[in-house]
Each structure stands twice: as structure tokens, then as C-alpha cells.
Write a protein that binds this ligand. Structure first.
Ligand code: NAP
Length: 339
């Protein structure tokens, strides 16, 4: 029996800065009949990503803002429960831009891939084998270009992207330094994600601790935060350093961009390179990264953490939770008692 209704998390009002729970509403809408060329996916896990705040702000980042009243744009994974599309069959597991909703009817274009790693939990297709892992892989290998012996520093080091960057840098033979907020996350960086050193940016003496952790300077900086964390790291770059600008988590609103020291003299004096990274530029190489990451997960060289919230009611407040740093690894919402 196919469902007749679909619960969606719709954007109710446009936030300035970090979206909060009351910017969304949960609405039940009738599910239309499948048309030729369409498939119906029952979503099992919804992804929560820092980039989602950019998708709802009035000023678009690299994509059009989500319209008021539309289901929240997001990655999700689920199972095809009906198909009139030649490329998909009932039972296929898929991930893609399927939105914060229980069911997605699609013509297939928002689907990023079929999830074929049947031996691994399918939630991984949104985290370590999804945008987070693939971002970590290409941001580090294609832009950071680490060499064995390099010192690689990572901000939001205990998070979904950061924890993977640190471990991939270790696999590449580098010395790794993670920056995270709070003593517990610092501990996680050392004990779980194998960083050689971890520094708590919220603790007094952050800059001294960073200096002590990077006695040979910094060759690669994977920057997920911008702001004062990055100011401190950039002061320690070596000649020829590579700075990968991957995220700006410390900046709560584009209208309130913090002022700080300028980077030009550091880049000039050290002949260093600072480059933005966008995962969308690597879509054509997505499967290559997933295959590598999955092998590392299987042989235990790549560890991950997931924080799973149960029920669609948890979705509206989840982006704010991420920006409060309350997530332990990849933040997900689970629907339908999925495993
Ligand atoms: N460019 C791309 O294509 C791309 C793709 C995916 C992700 N990203 C970026 O990668 C970064 C990490 O994403 P993720 O999904 O792995 O999220 P995450 O790191 O698991 O979660 C976000 C983390 O940001 C940190 N944070 C929040 N507010 C902060 C602040 N004011 N100052 C410093 N840190 C703050 C928190 O960690 P602490 O508790 O340690 O502060 C929080 O746990 C994000 O900036 C995201 O936008 C970029």
C-alpha cells in the first residue's frame, strides 16, 4: 500500500543568520500519483549540514535560496518504494537532494547515487561516505596536497568533515593537529580520530597551545571556521603552505563579517596559497572517493561518529544544534525506525 500523505519540514520564514526551529513548520501534504519517469523514495535518514543555513538565507551562496513554503532542501537517503523510472527499481537504496520529508517523488535528477555498500550502514552514505567524507577527501588531496611529513592543521576537527580530514592526512603520512571546541571534543580528536595533537580553541591560552602543537609550523591548513581560529593558524604557516577554505562556521551572519588581521602579508611572505573548495566541483569524481573511503572504513583506518536524532520533529532545530557545536560527529535525523 503506497502512502497517501507526506510530512514535510517546510521553510516558514526567512532567517537572518543561523536558522532556528521556529523558522520551519511540519506540514502533511497529499502525495500525488507517480507519473511516467518518476520514482517514489521513502526517506530513512535526513542529513543536517552547516551549508543549509546558506540555502535559506535571502542572499544565495552558490545555490538559489529555498522558497518560503517549500520543503527544506537537504541530502537524504532512502529506499525506492515505487518506480515508473527505467533507471530505478523498487528496493534500490538511493541518496541525493531528497529534502526534509518522509517521501520524495522525483524524476531522478536530484539523486546523487545508488548506495551499493550493502555491508555498511546506509546512514554512512550521508556522512563519511557522503558529502562530509567526499569533501574531506578532495579538499585535502586535491587542494591541500599534503606531502609525507607535512604538518596538517584542521578546524572543527571533531566534526564530520574535520575528523575525516585528520585521518586521511594521517594515512598520507602527515603530522596532524586538530582544533575543536571543549575538552571532550579535544579528547575525541586524540583518542578516536588519531590526531597527534589537539587544541581546544575555547580554552585560555589557545594560541600558545597551537604554537606548542605546531613546532615545525603549518604546511596545510584545512579551514572549516574562518575567524579568529584561522587568524591564529595563518600566523604559523610555512613557506609554500596551502590553506583550504572549506567552511566559515564561526561567522554567524554574512551581514556581520568579522574584521581581523589581513592575510596578504602572510601569503606573500610565505609564497603560500589560499584556495576555496566546493564539493560540487568534484561531482564527476564522487564514486572514486566513496570507493577509497569505504575501503578505509572497512579496514578500520577511517573512523566516524554519528549523532542520530529520532523523528522528523527533530529536524527544525537541528541546524541550530549544529552551530551550537552540540553534535558528536555527523548529525542525522532518522525516520521510520530505519536502521
Ligand atoms: N565547501 C564545501 O564544499 C563543504 C562541504 C561540506 C562541508 N563544508 C563545511 O565544512 C565544515 C564542517 O562541516 P560538517 O558537516 O563536518 O559539520 P561539523 O563540523 O560536524 O559541525 C559543525 C561544527 O562547527 C563548529 N562550530 C560551530 N560554530 C562555531 C564557531 N562559532 N566557531 C568555531 N567552530 C564552530 C562546531 O564544532 P566545535 O564544537 O568544535 O566548535 C560544530 O560541531 C562546515 O563549515 C561546512 O560548511 C564545506
Amino acid at each position: 500500500m503506497l502512502p497517501t500523505h507526506n510530512r514535510q519540514v517546510q521553510l516558514a520564514s526567512r532567517p537572518v543568520g543561523i536558522p532556528q526551529a521556529d523558522h520551519f513548520s511540519i506540514v502533511s501534504v497529499p502525495l500525488p500519483q507517480l507519473q511516467p519517469g518518476e520514482l517514489l523514495v521513502r526517506n530513512e535518514f535526513l542529513s543536517i549540514d552547516p551549508a543549509m543555513r546558506g540555502w535559506v538565507n535571502a542572499v544565495a551562496n552558490y545555490s538559489e535560496p529555498v522558497a518560503i513554503g517549500a520543503p527544506m532542501r537537504s541530502f537524504a537517503c532512502g529506499t525506492v518504494v515505487a518506480s515508473r523510472h527505467p533507471g530505478y527499481a523498487e528496493g534500490d537504496v538511493v541518496m541525493g537532494m531528497l529534502g526534509w520529508q518522509e517521501y520524495a517523488i522525483t524524476d531522478g535528477r536530484p539523486i546523487r547515487r545508488k548506495v551499493r555498500e550493502a555491508d555498511l550502514p546506509r546512514s554512512l552514505s550521508l556522512g563519511i561516505l557522503g558529502i562530509n567524507g567526499v569533501t574531506a577527501y578532495f579538499a585535502l588531496t586535491a587542494v591541500g596536497r599534503p606531502r609525507p611529513g607535512d604538518t596538517v592543521v584542521v578546524s572543527t576537527a571533531a566534526g564530520a568533515v574535520g575528523s575525516a580530514v585528520g585521518q586521511i592526512a594521517k594515512i598520507a603520512g602527515c603530522s596532524t593537529v586538530g582544533i575543536a571546541g571543549g575538552a571532550r571534543k579535544r579528547q575525541l580528536c586524540r583518542d578516536e580520530f588519531g590526531y597527534d595533537f589537539a587544541v581546544d580553541y575555547k580554552a585560555a591560552g589557545f594560541e600558545d597551545a597551537l604554537s606548542a602543537a605546531t613546532p615545525a609550523g603549518v604546511d596545510v591548513y584545512h579551514d572549516n571556521t574562518a575567524g579568529s581560529i584561522s587568524d591564529a593558524v595563518i600566523r604559523r604557516i610555512n613557506r609554500g603552505a596551502r590553506i583550504v577554505v572549506c567552511g566559515t562556521a564561526s561567522v554567524s551572519s554574512w551581514d556581520d563579517w568579522p574584521s581581523g588581521p589581513r592575510v596578504e602579508r602572510h601569503l606573500l611572505n610565505k609564497a603560500a596559497r589560499m584556495q576555496g573548495f566546493l564539493i560540487w566541483d568534484y561531482e564527476h569524481r564522487y564514486e572514486e572517493a566513496v570507493a577509497r573511503l569505504a575501503d578505509w572504513v572497512r579496514d578500520g583506518r577511517l573512523r566516524y561518529r554519528e549523532e542520530i536524532l529520532d523523528g522528523i520533529e527533530q529536524a527544525p532545530g537541528s541546524i541550530a544544534r549544529l552551530y551550537r557545536g552540540e553534535n558528536d560527529g555527523k548529525l542525522l535525523v532518522r525516520l521510520n525506525d530505519s536502521r
